[in-house]
Design a binder for this molecule. Structure first.
Ligand SMILES: [Zn+2]
Length: 223
């Protein structure tokens, strides 16, 4: 998911993340992690983000097996997704958006003021094989954007209190209760795993706009 105004320069906690990951038993090879994040060589792996019209965005993705989560290919995919998300200045990315049809999504929301008001920070979080439960069906709407639907914004109403059960990047089962904007973001990302885009969720097709027109005619000042 994209919201258009966050800075792209938020890579300083990479090494710290890796250290935390190792302490938590993340199946990461030490030398590889150091060469990836600790050297002066630019080892960023930014993958192309596919756009609406690409068939992978419309296919349900397959679950990842537990052994698969710890293997090199999946850990590399996760690293590439994080690099790609940060490079694009987005706040969420699902694996199908880089043409990897597996049930894996990441979210990272910098805290602070934005067009959505004052956002609560959400640290880099990996959702593998997620399962979502709506805790309260009351909906609220946001003008959503998507890195796979560049240049467009659409008003989508979604439940604002959900619980997500998922496997984390260390292969452990986790649960997270999310509300407000974070609930919207996780639903947007998990939709990608089922081949859905935010444009499928518009209650009113008149509330789909190009970015420039959105900013000129539709944007409400943040509270
Ligand atoms: Zn999206």
């Amino acid at each position: 998911m994209s919201i258009g105004r966050f800075s792209k320069n938020n890579t300083t906690d990479c090494a710290e993340d890796e250290r935390k990951g190792k302490q938590a038993g993340m199946p990461f090879d030490k030398n590889r992690a150091i060469s990836r994040f600790g050297s002066t060589i630019d080892a960023m792996a930014i993958r192309p983000i596919i756009r609406m019209g690409h068939p992978t965005l419309r296919r349900p993705a397959r679950p990842l097996g537990l052994e698969e989560i710890g293997n090199d290919a999946t850990q590399q995919l996760l690293t590439d997704m994080r690099d790609t998300l940060r490079d694009a200045g987005g706040i969420g990315l699902a694996a199908p958006q880089i043409d990897a049809a597996v049930r894996l999504a990441i979210i990272e929301i910098p805290g602070g003021s934005s067009r959505y008001g004052n956002l609560e920070r959400m640290p880099f979080t990996v959702f593998i094989n997620p399962d979502i439960q709506v805790l309260n069906p009351a909906r609220a709407g946001f003008w959503e954007g998507c890195l796979s639907v560049p240049g467009l914004r659409g008003f989508v109403e979604r439940p604002q209190h959900v619980k997500v059960a998922f496997t984390n990047r260390c292969g452990k089962a986790e649960e997270l209760e999310l509300s407000g904007f974070q609930a919207t973001v996780v639903q947007h990302e998990l939709d990608h795993l089922d081949g859905k885009l935010f444009i499928d969720r518009l209650a009113d097709s008149a509330r789909l706009a190009f970015e420039d027109e959105y900013q000129r005619y539709l944007e409400q000042p943040s509270p």
